[in-house]
Write a protein that binds this ligand. Structure first.
Ligand code: SAM
Length: 308
C-alpha cells in the first residue's frame, strides 16, 4: 500500500523505504522510540526480521503491527533482545560479593538494589541470592525493571531452564532452587520475596531514587550516544552518594565525572555527587496509543518515584 501514501513520514538519508513509517507506528503503539537505538544495527536486525515473518518490506510490517496486536507483541519481543542468564559474567558478581555489597551493607544497612533492563529476571535474582547469602536477616530489596512485559512475566514466574543456570554452582542450585520439571528450576520463595518487578522504560519513565546499587548491563549498548548519556545521567541521579552503578563489559562510561561518578574498577562506578537527572530528548511521554496500551504496567509510577 504505502507507495506514495501521503501520511508516510519522510525517509531520511540511508534509511530503507518504509523504515520511518515502521518506526513511527511502533512508537505510537508501544511508546518505544527506535530513534534512540543505533540505526544501522536496528535496520540490519529488522531486515532479517522481515524474512522471518515473511513481510515484503518495512511499510508492510508497519501496516501489520498497526492492526495486529500479536504481530506487534512479536516484533516488540524481537527488538528488545532478552538474552540473559544467572551470574552472567561471574567475575563481576565475584566483585559484588567480595567488595561492593559488603561495603554497602556496612555503610547503609538495608539496601535498595535496582536491576535496570532485567529481562527475564536472572540478574535481579542473582543479586538477591548474593544478598541472601551475605546477610540473610537483612531487609534488602531488589527491583527488576524492563520495558518488555513478556520478559517480566517470565521473571515473575521465576522458573528457568538449565541453560540459564550454567553459572550457578551445585551448592547454590541446591540451596536456592527447586526442580519443578525436566530441566526446569524455580527460584526459592525466600529469594523471590526479595525481588519486585515493574515495567519501566529507561528512555521515558521516571527513575526510582535512593538506590544503593544499580546494575544496568547490556542494555544501553543498543542506544545511540545521546540516549546513552541521558540514561547515565538519570541512573547517576537515582543513586545515593556512595552508591554504585555497574554497566556491561562493552558499556564503559566515558568521562564518568560528567555524571557525578568515579571509576571504582572495571565497569563499576561510585556516585560521588552531582549527577543531574534532567529530562531530555527521549524522556517525554508519547501521546496516543502508548499511554493507554501500557497504562496497567505503569500505573504505579507515582509511588515508583519514591524510594523503593
Ligand atoms: C540483553 S538484555 C540484558 C539483561 C540483563 N541486564 C543481563 O545483562 O543479563 C537487554 C534488556 O534490555 C531491555 N531494554 C531494551 N530497551 C529498554 C528500555 N528502553 N528500557 C528498559 N529496558 C530496555 C530489553 O527488553 C532486554 O530485556
Amino acid at each position: 500500500m504505502v507507495a506514495g501514501h501521503s501520511q508516510e513520514p519522510q525517509a531520511q538519508a540511508g534509511q530503507p523505504r518504509g523504515y520511518e513509517l515502521l518506526a513511527s507506528t511502533f512508537k505510537r503503539r508501544t511508546g518505544i522510540d527506535l530513534a534512540a537505538y543505533k540505526e544501522r544495527q536496528m535496520i540490519r536486525r529488522l531486515t532479517s526480521y522481515l524474512k522471518r515473518v515473511d513481510a515484503p518490506d518495512f511499510a508492510a510490517l508497519a501496516l501489520r503491527i498497526a492492526r495486529d496486536d500479536e504481530a506487534l507483541a512479536h516484533l516488540k519481543d524481537y527488538i528488545t533482545i532478552n538474552v540473559s542468564e544467572f551470574f552472567r559474567n561471574p567475575d563481576r558478581y565475584a566483585v559484588l560479593e567480595s567488595d561492593i555489597l559488603p561495603e554497602l551493607i556496612r555503610k547503609f544497612g538495608a539496601l535498595r538494589v535496582w536491576s535496570a533492563g532485567c529481562s527475564i529476571g536472572a540478574e535481579p535474582y542473582s543479586l538477591a541470592i548474593l544478598l541472601e547469602e551475605l546477610d540473610p536477616q537483612g531487609a534488602h530489596r531488589v527491583l527488576g525493571t524492563d520495558v518488555d512485559t513478556g520478559a517480566l512475566e517470565e521473571a515473575r514466574a521465576g522458573v528457568f531452564a538449565a541453560d540459564k543456570l550454567r553459572e550457578v554452582s551445585p551448592e547454590r542450585l541446591e540451596r536456592h532452587f527447586t526442580q519443578t520439571g525436566v530441566g526446569l528450576w524455580q527460584v526459592s520463595q525466600r529469594v523471590r520475596d526479595r525481588v519486585r518487578f515493574r515495567v519501566h522504560d529507561l528512555l521515558r519513565d521516571p527513575y526510582p531514587v535512593g538506590q544503593h546499587l544499580i546494575l544496568c548491563r547490556n542494555v544501553v549498548i543498543y542506544f545511540v550516544d545521546e540516549a546513552k548519556e541521558e540514561v547515565f545521567h538519570k541512573l547517576a541521579g537515582a543513586l545515593v552518594e556512595g552508591g554504585y552503578l555497574m554497566v556491561g563489559s562493552t558499556e564503559s562510561i566515558f568521562r564518568p565525572e560528567r555524571y557525578g561518578l568515579q571509576s571504582a574498577g572495571s565497569f563499576i562506578y561510585r556516585k560521588v555527587g552531582g549527577g543531574a537527572a534532567g529530562v531530555g530528548k527521549f524522556t517525554s511521554l508519547p501521546k496516543g496509543d502508548a499511554e493507554s496500551a501500557d497504562a496497567g504496567g505503569r500505573g504505579s509510577f507515582g509511588a515508583f518515584r519514591a524510594k523503593v
